[in-house]
Design a protein around this ligand. Structure first.
Ligand code: F6P
Length: 328
């Protein structure tokens, strides 16, 4: 068992629904072990500038249902540089902090790995709508974002059907296609364009639209992940090759906001509590992850080597098969 008395917690990178649940569980669980929690505001930047607030139980009540992160966030350029990481470590040591919990995506994890050199014990919790942290099957925020995107696409479809147009909808995900695959399949898209499967050939999309047109369909839906191509260019190609009026909707930040789903609240709570459990057990420099739907933990440096969340080919092929069999 560890003799940790005080920890700090921060959220970093793109905000993700479920981060607040993780934070709440960190503070509640820490208090059960008699550990005090300092909240660092604005991610790694706040660590450098020592922008903080002490977190008591009352500070994290009624936040489970809130989107965003009550600690605010940043993408810190300074933290990429060793001299600033040294300064951040000195700040933590000067304030008697024994360990750091960092909630965020791939950039947050890489920052934590570099931070090990400064002798700071960091536990990471994967939180990003992109689901692009390679060692875990789930990252906080994905479920909410996929549901938000699905709902938005359903609305766009209504207008698309009324006007007999093709809608090209761009969703987030950085270099990953999870949001596009899930929202595209859930909204019965005619074509889903994913970074993991993209070969640069626009014909595959325009041919699909032409086939659907020949089947008698009069409106079309294409969902494209932001990591693939420019959605306006794709719409232009569709227009050129099919003659069908094609309109673009970029969903953007609407996907990152809003009330977390039950899944994100639940996983946030589990991951937050598990992070404290790891610290209590005396573990150092770990990331919380989900494997076979169970909580596990990995060494931070090893975690970036693990590649177990490649987009599932069966899911992708099914999305193609279902698109071809949709009735007009
Ligand atoms: O990583 C989450 C994410 O929303 C990505 O999907 C997107 O590419 C990026 O963040 C946008 O980042 P920013 O908030 O810096 O514009």
């Amino acid at each position: 068992m560890s003799d940790i008395k005080k920890i700090a917690v921060l959220t970093s990178g793109g905000d993700a629904p479920g981060m607040n649940s993780a934070l709440r569980a960190v503070v509640f669980s820490a208090s059960q072990f008699g550990i005090g929690v300092t909240g660092i505001l604005r991610g790694y930047d706040g660590l450098l500038d020592w922008e903080t607030r002490e977190l008591a139980l009352d500070d994290v009540r009624n936040i489970n249902n809130q989107g965003g992160t009550i600690l605010y966030t940043s993408r810190s350029e300074r933290f990429l540089q060793p001299q600033y990481r040294k300064q951040a470590a000195e700040n933590l040591k000067r304030h008697g902090i024994d360990a750091l919990v960092a909630i965020g995506g791939d950039g947050t994890l890489r920052g934590a790995i570099a931070f090990q050199e400064e002798g700071i014990n960091t536990i990471c919790i994967p939180g990003t709508i992109d689901r692009d942290v390679s060692c875990t099957e789930y990252t906080l925020g994905f479920d909410t974002a996929a549901n938000t995107a699905t709902e938005a696409i359903d609305r766009i479809r209504d207008s698309s059907v009324s006007h007999g147009r093709c809608s090209v909808v761009e969703v987030m995900g950085r270099k990953r296609g999870y949001i596009a695959l899930w929202a595209g399949m859930a909204a019965s898209a005619d074509a889903i364009v994913l970074p993991e499967k993209w070969d640069g050939n626009f014909d595959s999309v325009t041919d699909t639209i032409k086939r659907r047109h020949a089947d008698g369909k009069n409106s079309y839906l294409v969902v494209v992940a932001e990591g693939v191509t420019d959605a306006p260019e794709l719409a232009e190609r569709i227009r050129e090759h099919t003659g069908i009026d094609s309109r673009v909707s970029v969903l953007g930040y609407v996907q990152r906001g809003g009330q977390p789903t039950a899944k994100d609240r639940m996983y946030g709570s589990l991951m937050g509590a598990f992070a404290i459990e790891l610290l209590h057990q005396g573990k150092e420099n770990r990331i919380v992850a989900i494997k076979n739907d169970l909580l596990v933990d990995y060494d931070l440096a090893e975690a970036v080597e693990i590649q177990n969340n490649q987009l599932d080919s069966f899911q992708y092929e099914l999305s193609l098969r279902l698109a071809e069999s949709i009735t007009p």
